[in-house]
Design a protein around this ligand. Structure first.
Ligand code: AMP
Length: 216
């Protein structure tokens, strides 16, 4: 079974949704840098104070900070058998540092799962997105609403839009993605690691295709 994956794609492409399901079924931890930052901002930690401005404007947190954070997280026991990286790496220098770390530790990426979605669909998805404050389950007011408004179907926690999911910030995040993260598509394609998915297909279809890779 393959267990080491990077989920690559623009904000709103469905990386988190796929990662949530894969984690529940196969047990590799979902390591979402955005989620770690949001948690630290909400709890006003030292890290939260450092990254707040970047995250709220939709810009990128400096590479060194992100790389240190991810490498630390990968040292934890639950990541020994595999991981799903959701939102990392996001720049070529991050990918280079990560590659160096993998070589040093004798590990390797099994596949980079690249999810594509047209820009207009992304903006609509992002501005309709809602997340449970307690369990992290993601909903969408247009396509996948909660049964009761503002209440998580799973844990009854409060469901809200992310602070950086306004239309304006969404546009900025997509621009940042195009400039800084999209070059990773060719970076990993050249290494023979990339598989592309059409993120406008139903979630279940994409999931089934990813499962086939996991079990191949
Ligand atoms: P996400 O939840 O992946 O959309 O990330 C939310 C925000 O966290 C991004 O807009 C960035 O400000 C920051 N962020 C998350 N991952 C990274 C990363 N790998 N490098 C730099 N900034 C990041």
């Amino acid at each position: 079974m393959k267990t080491r994956f990077i989920l690559l794609g623009p904000p709103g492409s469905g990386k988190g949704t796929q990662a949530e399901r894969l984690t529940a079924q196969y047990g590799m931890p979902q390591i979402s840098t955005g989620e770690i930052f949001r948690y630290n901002i909400a709890n006003d930690t030292e890290l939260g104070k450092k990254v707040k401005e970047y995250v709220s404007s939709g810009g990128l947190v400096p590479d060194e900070l992100v790389v240190d954070l991810v490498l630390d997280r990968l040292m934890q026991d639950d990541a020994k058998g595999g991981w799903l990286l959701d939102g990392f790496p996001r720049t070529i220098p991050q990918a280079d540092s990560f590659a160096e770390h993998l070589t040093e530790t004798g590990s390797a990426i099994d596949r980079v799962l690249y999810i594509t979605v047209p820009r207009d669909v992304l903006i609509k998805r992002i501005s309709g997105r809602q997340v449970c404050e307690v369990c992290g389950k993601t909903y969408n007011i247009h396509s996948f609403p909660t049964k009761a408004a503002g209440v998580c179907d799973v844990c009854s926690g409060t469901v809200k839009a992310r602070a950086d999911d306004t239309e304006e910030t969404a546009r900025n995040r997509i621009d940042v993605y195009e400039e800084q993260t999209k070059p990773l598509v060719d970076y990993y394609r050249t290494k023979g690691l990339l598989t592309e998915f059409d993120g406008t297909e139903p979630v279940d279809e994409t999931y089934a295709k990813i499962e086939a890779i996991i079990n191949s």
